[in-house]
Design a protein around this ligand. Structure first.
Ligand code: FES
Length: 319
């Protein structure tokens, strides 16, 4: 699967809250960009070998701008710092075309959007889309402090602002998120969407399951996931060179291949971005990523070698 790229420029840069930068990316010649759906993200190529994924948080009805919001995280592996330091207005940058792994359910009767911190970004685009459809929804934006947040002004001024609630840890207890009430009673057409830090997502998902929401009505987007390399060893064959290597328990396919001199382009190393995608010629993958869709996983003809393993004793890859 090849990922198409686009050349864009930073048309506008705004600092919002402490540590959040909001960038509007546009075609250098003012042409419309490919359409995107709420929930989609783009890969931003920050430098060779440094590609990061950011949710599109603008209005999907505006094809002239891709808006992203990036929190500066000094403990990150370089992506957010590079965005903050390098992506100034006028800067050219290469991005992928949008890909949506977190789509809205088209026929939902009610959508409950819960965003934690910078995890609100896909929810902002979802709110625009749901409002445009005339759908019933509520957006809950939770954060440690108002001063740390982007998008507050935009959400207050949006036509759908009555559907937005904010919840801050350092403000009045009465405004804190009451999940039990927000999740309410589950129903056939009720869908819950959550994005944010891992602990926050676990809390929301756990409460939603507890409240009786069906797991396929709880939609989630991770921006960081733990990689699990446990499992039996297996053989990987690189078909183009004929090289073969044993992938040991606790080792990634990526690391095993590097040991025999085969390097694969990588970015997140967590099964999130899709950069290390390889075609499978033989064998059955044990998919452990959050990038491929369920259908793509079921096809078993592609694998993300940074995190996935094999169910079969041997995997032959088209590399
Ligand atoms: S490097 Fe991102 S999915 Fe493997």
């Amino acid at each position: 699967m090849s990922v198409q790229t686009l050349n864009v420029v930073v048309q506008k840069r705004q600092e919002q809250g402490e540590g959040v930068v909001v960038l509007d990316l546009a075609d250098p010649n003012g042409q419309p960009l490919p359409a995107f759906e709420a929930g989609a993200h783009v890969d931003i190529h920050l430098q060779p070998g440094l590609i990061r994924q950011y949710s599109l948080c603008g209005d999907p009805a505006n094809p002239r701008v891709y808006r992203v919001g990036v929190l500066k995280d000094p403990s990150s592996r370089g992506g957010s710092v590079a965005v903050h330091e390098r992506l100034v207005e006028g800067q050219a940058v290469q991005i992928s075309t949008p890909r949506n792994l977190f789509p809205l359910v088209a026929d939902a009767q009610r959508s409950i959007l819960v965003g934690g911190g910078i995890g609100v970004t896909p929810m902002v685009a979802m709110a625009y889309a749901l409002h445009a459809r005339g759908s019933e929804f509520q957006l809950h934006y939770c954060a440690r402090s108002r001063s740390l947040c982007g998008f507050i002004e935009e959400l207050q001024q949006a036509a759908f602002s009555p559907r937005v609630s904010t919840h801050f840890d350092d403000e009045e207890p009465s405004q804190k998120l009451d999940l039990e009430t927000v999740l309410g009673s589950p129903g056939e057409g009720v869908h819950v969407y959550v994005c944010g830090p891992g602990g926050f997502m676990d809390w929301v998902i756990g409460e939603a399951i507890e409240a009786g929401h069906a797991s396929d009505h709880i939609h989630r987007e991770y921006f960081q996931v733990a990689v699990d390399n446990s499992g039996q060893s297996f053989e990987v064959v690189a078909a183009r060179s004929g090289k073969s290597v044993q992938v040991l328990e606790g080792q990634s396919i990526l690391a095993a291949l590097a040991g025999v001199g085969i390097t694969i382009e990588i970015s997140c190393e967590q099964g999130v971005c899709g950069t290390c995608l390889c075609d499978v010629l033989e064998g059955e993958p044990d998919h452990r990523d959050v990038y491929l869709t369920d259908d793509e996983k079921a096809a078993n003809d592609q694998i993300l070698v940074c995190c996935s393993r094999a169910k079969s004793k041997k995997l032959v890859l088209d590399i």
